[in-house]
Design a binder for this molecule. Structure first.
Ligand code: HEM
Length: 429
């Protein structure tokens, strides 16, 4: 049977729902063109889980993708496949690199951060509280971004003055509309920032993750535990995975809850928890739509009789899988009280997201405290007017304009700073 023409994925990510539907309609796995590279997009959840668990599928392009050397110099997404860290490692190398970070991000270690995260969120909300009532503000800028950047910045010991610079270059890693030249320049800027962070921490080590990784690297001296490239790329992974995704899940949850008030009512009236809201957001609009790339190490025959050949590239199409009818009834609907919210937003198998407990804690805390403080907030524009991020990987909006409506005096909120009833509750404007 002749292979169907690959479906060309839209690098500007303008209509992911339509694209994901087209992928599902083409079968459990289908050929796509991702910025000029041919890959199998897998959108059937059962098949995807099977492949993610299989030793016959690798993320190590250097070892298992014959097209690696010719693709990387000119492919805009080169960084996604060329980094040297757990994200692209296979087998023992993967275990070695993951083991260095896993304890820091365990559910137990993460839960200790609860109070710090609440304080960070409350500080951000206090700043919003001081804004004139009725003013439209961008919640991405004022809540969704600053929280995860502050959390990962603290864990990694990134000095505050460097965080804004990291934000720009990390955002660009996910911007799939950029050319290969623009991405190469961005990668150079990102590496220069990481080198400067490593230099700073070598001179003045602290208790943070960066200092601990540098110590691991330097103790061995010969790089047998962690090479220079692995050190730098592990930091790159932590800072990029550590916030971009979390920003987008806060963005998506707030956008949905403000445009579908009955869903917000479910949690405000006790029919579901904030955890349910977060899980349903991760299912309905996962922050990572497609995850590039994996590679078949042997020929793999699919349930529909097609064959993925050894050396072929694969794309984990998480957003399409999460709305597969085999997984959920009415999967396109956001339903906070659906009985199960199974999803693949954090991946599956050995590369399952290490930051899942931290991300869940950050998002749950941000949403809970935001809606406690501003239960009557509203979108300042039609949901249909919101512009999507230009990305086939990231799933968020360029801005989330919101008008905050403060509580009425009878609802009696007290400020975190003074314990007094804020003046704008006593004198509603
Ligand atoms: C809601 C937020 C997040 C989502 C949706 C998310 C999603 C993902 C996904 C889809 C993967 C790749 C799985 C694959 O290989 O297919 C991944 C890997 C990873 N994530 Fe996250 N992530 C989030 C937040 C975080 C945070 C906050 C951190 C760290 C502080 C983090 C650290 C990592 C790491 C280290 C990996 C690589 C694991 C490996 O390759 O073994 N993530 N994440």
């Amino acid at each position: 049977m002749p292979e169907p023409e690959p479906l060309v994925l839209d690098p500007t990510g303008s209509d992911p729902d339509a694209e994901n539907l087209a992928l599902r309609e083409r079968g459990p796995a289908t050929l796509v063109d991702i910025l000029g590279v041919r890959a199998w997009s897998v959108s059937d959840p059962a098949l995807l889980k099977q492949l993610l668990n299989s030793k016959d599928v690798s993320k190590d392009g250097r070892a298992h993708w014959p097209a690696f050397a010719e693709t990387v110099p000119t492919w805009p997404l080169a960084l996604w496949v060329a980094v040297e860290n757990m994200f692209t490692a296979y087998g023992k190398d993967h275990s070695r690199l993951r083991r260095m970070i896993a304890p820091t991000l365990s559910a137990r270690r993460t839960s200790v951060l609860q109070t710090d995260i609440e304080t960070l969120v409350n500080d951000l909300l206090d700043a919003l509280d001081r804004l004139p009532a009725g003013e439209s503000i961008d919640l991405r800028e004022h809540l969704a971004y600053p929280l995860p950047i502050a959390v990962i910045g603290q864990l990694m010991g990134v000095p505050p003055y460097q965080r804004a610079e990291f934000r720009t270059v990390v955002d660009n890693v996910f911007a799939t509309h950029l050319t290969a030249e623009q991405q190469a320049a961005n990668t150079a800027a990102l590496y220069s920032l990481l080198d400067s962070l490593i230099d700073t921490k070598r001179v003045k080590p602290d208790e943070d993750m960066t200092s601990l990784l540098i110590a691991t690297r330097d103790e061995e001296g010969d790089g047998s535990t962690l090479s220079d490239a692995e050190l730098r790329d592990t930091l790159l992974l932590m800072i990029s995975a550590g916030y971009e995704t979390t920003v987008n899940v806060i963005d998506q949850a707030i956008t949905t809850l403000l445009s579908e008030p009955q869903q917000l009512a479910h949690v405000q009236e006790g029919r579901c928890t904030w955890h349910d809201i977060v899980e349903e957001t991760l299912r309905h609009n996962p922050p990572v739509k497609h995850l590039p790339l994996r590679y078949a190490r042997t020929d793999i025959t699919l349930p529909d009789g097609q064959t993925i050949q050894a050396g072929d590239a694969l794309l984990a199409s998480y957003a399409a899988a999460n709305r597969h009818p085999a997984l959920h009834r009415d999967a396109d609907l956001f339903d906070a009280i659906r009985p199960t919210k199974e999803h693949l937003a954090f991946g599956h198998g050995v590369h399952f997201c290490l930051g899942a407990p931290l991300a869940r804690l950050e998002v749950t805390t941000a949403l809970r405290l935001f809606f406690e403080r501003f239960p009557h907030a509203e979108l300042a524009t039609d949901e249909a007017e919101l512009r999507r991020l230009p990305s086939l990987i990231s799933n968020g909006h360029t801005t989330v304009p919101v008008r905050l409506r403060h509580r009425s005096p009878s609802e009696g909120h007290r400020t975190a700073e003074t314990g007094d009833t804020p003046s704008h509750y006593r004198h509603p404007r």
